[in-house]
Design a protein around this ligand. Structure first.
Ligand SMILES: Cc1cc2nc3c(=O)[nH]c(=O)nc-3n(C[C@H](O)[C@H](O)[C@H](O)COP(=O)(O)OP(=O)(O)OC[C@H]3O[C@@H](n4cnc5c(N)ncnc54)[C@H](O)[C@@H]3O)c2cc1C
Length: 425
């Protein structure tokens, strides 16, 4: 039996699910395929042991996308806002430090921390209500044939013909590998350890980050109210350091974390399960060709030190939805190359700039060159005191224009009108 669709999305993680939902809302017939099971509703965690150890710091730009897709209300009860960011390198949290405040850029917050599973759950739940979406969880593609007019996918017991294929299947993308699309790649000097931890003191709505000689340690706000002392940690360090931290008993690990965070939130009291990941920079040399597009981690991965990975993926989605809206309004097939030329230029510039900044920070802060630390501190001090420069840094990280207003490209109403009206090719 052969099924037909306008768009097949392979990979229903946060990025693929958001793109599938946006496309469906425009009226495209969408099939979303994921090898993993569909997300299930999880009750609110009663301890850090129960919370999802994979979390993301979502910028305001990502918030706007999720609001425009009307899934934000389902996530909001679980979203923890952070209004400050405190980054330091010295012997104490107030030395060699830079502090960012949402009020400096006239924003209510700098973003939200959310468990990845909550984001995916809200998107899949909205997708399940769309009559023009076919959700295929626990499903693998056996083979793929790409022709000018579309893509044929061989599924377990069926053939699917789609006019367009979106590869959103993560860092080890099957689509990218099967098509043999060239990619630049380089290992970072760090692995990352993630865990949820109950601290002695409340996080004060602040994302804390200390640059240690072995790499950055972030403590991100995870809970509110009587859970305001829950944080999610992302501890990037040399591979042997991460291996040692993973092997430690809970008590030893909590003591290591208290020492590494210099007691900025008092002692670490309880930790949930730890997970470790190697960190690699990847960037495909082309995002789109014929009837295939790669988005999210399938197209690029970066160091998590500034929490920008899925935010970049959501910016792919915002730009791709623009193209889909244009194609629909102009009556063009999605494989029309002119549709993707502007997309590719804009996305490459954004991804390249963010990746370069991550490389700069991971290498400059990782280098143990005598005399470099005072220079780094001088630079940090300058940014801290020079407000226009500090605002510029913050607005870039937030994905908002410097005026403090919502970006015209991504605000809720602007998203809708952009996706409804064509713009010139
Ligand atoms: C330690 C760490 C911390 C991070 N913190 C942040 C942060 O604070 N903020 C931020 O913006 N980003 C962060 N990131 C990055 C972020 O997690 C990723 O960018 C994001 O999860 C990518 O989403 P995705 O949907 O593109 O890919 P994925 O989340 O990898 O989803 C891919 C989906 O495709 C499916 N799939 C895979 N292969 C197949 C196949 N062959 N067939 C069918 N389905 C398939 C998978 O089951 C999965 O559902 C962090 C990353 C790490 C490692």
């Amino acid at each position: 039996m052969t099924q037909h669709a306008d768009i097949a999305v392979l990979g229903g993680g946060m990025v693929g699910a958001a793109l599938a939902l946006g496309a469906a809302r425009m009226g495209y017939e969408v099939v979303l395929i994921d090898a993993a099971p569909a997300p299930v509703h999880r009750p609110v965690a009663r301890s850090v042991q129960e919370a999802d150890p994979r979390v993301s710091a979502l910028t305001r730009a990502s918030d706007y996308l999720l609001r425009a897709l009307e899934v934000w209300p389902a996530m909001q009860p679980h979203a923890v806002p952070y209004r400050h960011m405190h980054v330091w390198e010295g012997e104490a949290p107030d030395q060699g430090a830079i502090h960012f405040d949402a009020a400096d850029v006239m924003q209510p917050d700098l973003g939200h921390i959310l468990e990845n599973s909550r984001v995916r759950e809200a998107l899949w739940s909205a997708l399940s209500l769309c009559p023009n979406v076919d959700l295929r969880a626990n499903c693998r593609v056996q083979a793929m044939t790409v022709a000018d007019g579309g893509v044929t996918l061989t599924l377990d017991e069926q053939t699917l013909q789609a006019g367009f294929l979106v590869g959103a299947d993560g860092a080890r993308s099957w689509v990218r590998q099967t098509l043999n699309w060239p990619m630049d790649t380089r290992d970072y000097p760090h692995h990352a350890l993630v865990a949820n931890v109950r601290m002695e003191q409340a996080h004060r709505e602040t994302a804390w980050q200390r640059f240690l000689p072995s790499g950055p340690l972030a403590l991100l706000p995870l809970g509110q109210g009587d859970r305001a002392n829950w944080v999610s940690i992302v501890w990037s360090a040399w591979p042997d350091t991460v291996e040692r931290l993973m092997a430690q008993s809970d008590d030893t690990f909590l003591a290591s974390l208290t020492e590494a965070s210099q007691g900025v939130l008092g002692g670490a009291l309880e930790a949930g399960p730890r997970q470790a990941f190697p960190l690699t920079w990847r960037h495909v040399r082309r995002y789109a060709s014929g009837p295939v597009l790669l988005v999210g981690d399938a197209a690029h991965t970066i160091h998590p030190l500034a929490g920008q990975g899925v935010n970049l993926g959501f910016r792919d989605v915002i730009a791709a939805l623009d193209v889909l809206a244009n194609a629909r309004a102009l009556g063009l097939p999605l494989h029309e190359p002119r549709l993707w030329a502007t997309y590719s230029r804009a996305r490459r510039k954004d991804v390249t700039e963010v990746a370069a900044a991550m490389r700069f920070f991971s290498e400059v802060y990782g280098a143990q060159i005598p005399g470099l630390m005072p220079l780094r501190r001088l630079g940090v001090g300058l940014v801290h005191r020079f407000m226009p420069l500090k605002r510029e840094v913050m607005c870039r990280a937030l994905g908002v224009p410097e005026s403090g207003a919502q970006s015209p490209a991504i605000s809720n109403t602007a998203c809708r009108s952009r996706w409804a009206a064509p713009s010139p090719l």
